[in-house]
Design a protein around this ligand. Structure first.
Ligand code: GLC
Ligand code: GLC
Length: 647
C-alpha cells in the first residue's frame, strides 16, 4: 500500500501519542529490549496505520480501535517467552531461513498419526528418521463434536481439543520440536469460526455486538444478490453460501460448511480480536503460520467475493502486526485459486510462503497425459516469485486436488480447459479407460460440471490398482511415479511439503464411509490412519513400503546434502521431448540440471541437445550415481528422475 505523506504524518503523530501508554505497560522491561521493540514498531507502524486507516478510517471510533490494537500487541510481546524472543533476533539476521536446502516439511493429523499430543511426542523419532525440519499439524484446537471439517471449525483458539491434550502440551511439543530442529507449522483459521465459538453462541443468543462479528442478513434479498456472482465451495453441504438460523431468524454467511461462520472484517473489533488470537498462536512457538482460506476474507456485491483488494490488506495488516511482535514467524498463504491470484499474496510484507497449487495440479496433469508441455509452459511463466519469498511445493495435501491452472495458458497451447478438466477428473476417478489411478471426485457440481479429485499419492499413482491386479510390472511403475513426483518437489525450488503417510505409500482408506461424522466428505479417503505396523515394513528391504520409504528418504537426503537446492533460482528448460520436464537449479556457484520422464516409455535426449544445455564433457547423475558423457544420447528409463551435475 502506498503511504502518502499525509498518512505518514498521521501515523507518526498517533504513535507518539500512544507510546507513553505502551511504555507504562512495559515499565518492568529492560530498556534495551524495549528499544528494540519500539524500533520495530516504528518501522512497521506506518504501513499498519495506512491499512487500518483505509479500512476503518471513516469510523468515529477509529482511534479507539487503533489504540486497542497497539495495547494488545504490546501485551502479547510482553508475554512472549525469552527463547522465542531469542529466535526473533536470530531470524531477523537470517530472514531467508526457510529457503535453505535443509528444510523439508511434513504434515499430519495428530489423532490419525499418533492418537494425541502425548503420542506425537513419542513419534518424533520417526520424523527425525525422515530428516523432517518442519511439521504442519492439522488443526488441534477445540471444535464441535462430530463433523468439524477436520478441525477447521474452531470453537476456541486458545484451548486444545480435549481428545488431543492441553495447551501446555502443545507448547511443550513446540519447544521439543524446536530443540530437535523441527519448526512447528499451525493454521490460522481466520476466515471463519465454528458456530460453537463464544462469539457465535452470543450472536445466537441475540447479542447484537456479536452478530456484528459475522455477516448476517434478515432476509434473502442480499444473499440472493451476492449469490449471483459467487460460486459455492461445498455444494454438497449446502447449495449457496448462506445458512438460515431459525433461532435468530437470520441468514449467516457460511462459505464452507454450514457450521463454519465467516467473520466480518469490516468490523475493526474482529480484526483486533483475531490479531490477539494470532499472536497467542505465535507465542505457543509457531514458526510458520498457515493462513487458511485467505481468498475469502472480504466480500463485495457483484464480485466473486474471492481475492478482493481488502483481503490482501487484511493479510498485510496481520503481517505488520506479526513483524512487530513475533518476527520469527512467517506466513504461508493457502490460496487455491487462479495462478495470477495465488501470486498476488506472495510478498515479504504479505505472505513469505505460498502453497504452489499450480505445480501440484500440473504434475498430475503431466502424469495423466504423459506430456509435460502444459507444465513447462506454465512454469516458465509463473514459477518466479519476489525475492525473500518461497514456494511450498506439494504433491497433494489434506484437501482435494483442484485443476487450478490458467485457462489462458491452456488456450495458448490450444487446450480446451473445460474438456481438459473433465478428462483429468475422469482419469483420476478411474473412469477413463486404461487409467492407472484410483480416486474419487469431490464436490461434483452438476450446474457447472466442475469437480475436484481425492486420493492418496500412492493410489492416484497406480499402486492401489497394481496391487489389486497383483501385477509386479505395474507396481514398479507406480513406485517410480511416486518417487518422480517427490523428486520434483524436493528439488524444483522452495520448500517440499510431504503428507506423512505418502512417504510409506499408504493407499486410499474407504472406512470414512462408515463414520457418520466423515461420510459426507470424501477428502477423508486420503487421510488414512497412520498404520504403524505397516510402517515397520520399511525395515524389510524389498517390500513396496521399504522401497517407497527409502526412495523418498534418499531424495530428502540428496536435497539436504547439496546447497544447490537452496533458494529459488530455477530456470525451466525445454528438453525438446514432450514427455520430459527439465530445469536448472542455481545457487551461488553451483548448478544442477534436473530431468524427469513423465512416461512409461524410455525417452532419449540427444548428446547435441545436452551440449546446447551447457552439459559438456562428463557429468554425474546424483540419483543413480552413474557418470555420463555428453557425446552420447542420454536414455531415461520410464519415470526416471535425474539430477545431473558437472564433475
Ligand atoms: C481450507 C482447508 C480446508 C477447509 C477449508 C475451510 O481450505 O484446507 O480443509 O475445509 O479451509 O476451513
Ligand atoms: C476450495 C478453496 C480452498 C479449500 C478447498 C477445500 O478449493 O479455494 O481454500 O481448501 O476448496 O476443498
Amino acid at each position: 500500500m502506498a503511504e502518502d505523506n499525509w498518512t505518514k504524518t498521521q501515523a507518526r503523530q498517533s504513535l507518539n501519542r500512544l507510546l507513553p501508554k505502551l511504555e507504562r505497560l512495559a515499565a518492568e522491561v529492560d530498556a534495551g529490549e524495549w528499544q528494540v521493540y519500539v524500533n520495530r514498531l516504528g518501522q512497521e507502524f506506518p504501513r499498519l496505520f495506512g491499512i487500518f486507516f483505509h479500512l476503518y478510517g471513516d469510523r468515529y471510533d477509529f482511534f479507539y480501535y487503533l489504540e486497542e490494537l497497539l495495547v494488545n500487541m504490546t501485551e502479547m510481546w510482553l508475554a512472549r517467552q525469552a527463547d522465542l524472543k531469542a529466535l526473533d533476533a536470530a531470524r531477523l539476521i537470517e530472514p531467508g531461513w526457510f529457503e535453505s536446502n535443509r528444510m523439508v516439511g511434513a504434515m499430519c493429523y495428530v489423532d490419525l498419526y499418533a492418537d494425541d499430543l502425548r503420542g506425537l511426542r513419542k513419534r518424533i523419532p520417526y520424523l527425525a528418521e525422515l530428516n523432517i525440519t518442519l511439521l504442519h499439524l492439522m488443526p488441534v484446537f477445540k471444535c464441535p463434536k462430530g463433523d468439524n471439517d477436520g478441525g477447521y471449525a474452531i470453537s476456541d483458539y486458545r484451548s486444545v481439543n480435549e481428545a488431543f491434550g492441553t495447551i501446555e502440551e502443545l507448547q511443550e511439543i513446540a519447544t521439543e520440536l524446536r530443540r530437535r530442529g523441527i519448526s512447528l507449522v499451525l493454521d490460522f483459521v481466520f476466515n471463519h469460526t465454528s458456530d460453537e465459538h463464544q462469539w457465535a453462541k452470543r450472536a445466537l443468543a441475540g447479542e447484537e455486538e456479536y452478530q456484528g462479528f459475522y455477516r448476517m442478513f434478515d432476509d434473502r434479498r442480499e444473499p440472493d444478490e451476492y449469490e449471483q456472482s459467487i460460486l459455492p465451495i461445498f455444494p454438497d453441504d449446502h447449495p449457496g453460501s448462506f445458512t438460515y438460523r431459525s433461532k435468530i431468524r437470520r441468514w449467516v454467511w457460511t462459505t464452507f460448511n454450514n457450521f463454519q461462520w465467516d467473520l466480518n472484517y469490516e468490523n475493526p473489533e474482529v480484526f483486533n480480536r483475531m490479531a490477539a488470537e494470532m499472536l497467542f498462536l505465535a507465542n505457543q512457538g509457531v514458526e510458520i503460520l498457515r493462513l487458511d482460506a485467505v481468498a475469502f476474507l472480504w466480500k463485495k456485491k457483484g464480485t466473486s467475493c474471492q481475492n478482493l483488494p481488502e483481503a490482501h490488506m487484511i493479510v498485510q495488516a496481520f503481517n505488520a502486526v506479526a513483524k512487530v511482535v513475533a518476527p520469527a514467524m512467517v506466513f504461508k498463504s493457502e490460496a487455491i485459486v487462479h495462478p495470477d491470484e495465488v501470486a498476488r499474496y506472495i510478498h515479504p510484507q504479505e505472505c513469505e510462503l505460498s502453497y504452489n497449487p499450480l505445480l501440484m495440479a500440473l504434475l498430475w496433469e503431466a502424469m495423466a497425459t504423459r506430456d509435460t508441455g502444459f507444465l513447462t509452459h506454465s512454469l516458465e511463466r509463473r514459477f518466479a516469485i519476489p525475492s525473500g519469498c518461497a514456494w511450498v511445493n506439494y504433491i497433494r495435501c489434506h484437501d482435494d486436488i483442484g485443476w487450478t491452472f490458467s485457462d489462458e495458458d491452456a488456450g495458448e497451447l490450444r487446450i480446451n480447459p473445460r474438456d481438459h478438466r473433465r478428462f483429468l477428473n475422469d482419469f483420476y476417478a478411474g473412469r477413463f479407460k486404461d487409467s492407472f489411478a484410483v480416486g474419487l471426485t469431490f464436490q461434483e457440481n452438476p450446474m457447472t460440471g466442475d469437480a475436484r479429485i481425492c486420493g492418496t499419492t500412492a493410489s492416484l499413482c497406480g499402486l492401489e490398482k497394481a496391487q489389486a491386479q497383483k501385477d509386479d510390472e505395474l507396481v514398479e511403475l507406480a513406485i517410480s511415479r511416486i518417487l518422480l513426483l517427490h523428486g520434483v518437489i524436493a528439488t524444483i525450488g522452495g520448500l517440499p511439503m510431504i503428507y506423512l503417510g505418502d512417504a510409506l505409500g499408504f493407499l486410499n482408506d474407504y472406512s470414512f464411509r462408515d463414520d457418520l461424522a466423515k461420510a459426507g466428505d470424501n477428502r477423508w479417503v486420503h487421510r488414512p490412519r497412520f498404520d504403524w505396523e505397516k510402517a515397520d515394513e520399511r525395515f524389510d528391504s524389498g517390500t513396496v513400503i521399504a522401497r517407497v520409504f527409502h526412495g523418498i528418504l534418499r531424495l530428502i537426503q540428496l536435497r539436504q546434502q547439496h546447497k544447490v537446492f537452496s533458494g529459488m533460482d530455477t530456470e525451466i528448460v525445454d528438453p525438446k521431448n514432450k514427455a520430459l520436464l527439465g530445469y536448472f537449479r542455481h545457487f551461488e556457484d553451483q548448478t544442477a540440471l534436473c530431468l524427469a520422464n513423465f512416461s512409461e516409455e524410455p525417452q532419449m535426449v540427444p548428446g547435441s541437445h545436452l551440449r546446447l544445455l551447457g552439459m559438456r564433457k562428463t557429468f554425474t547423475d546424483l540419483i543413480s550415481g552413474k557418470s555420463l558423457v555428453a557425446m552420447d544420447t542420454l536414455v531415461m528409463e520410464p519415470y526416471q528422475f535425474m539430477v545431473l551435475v558437472k564433475v
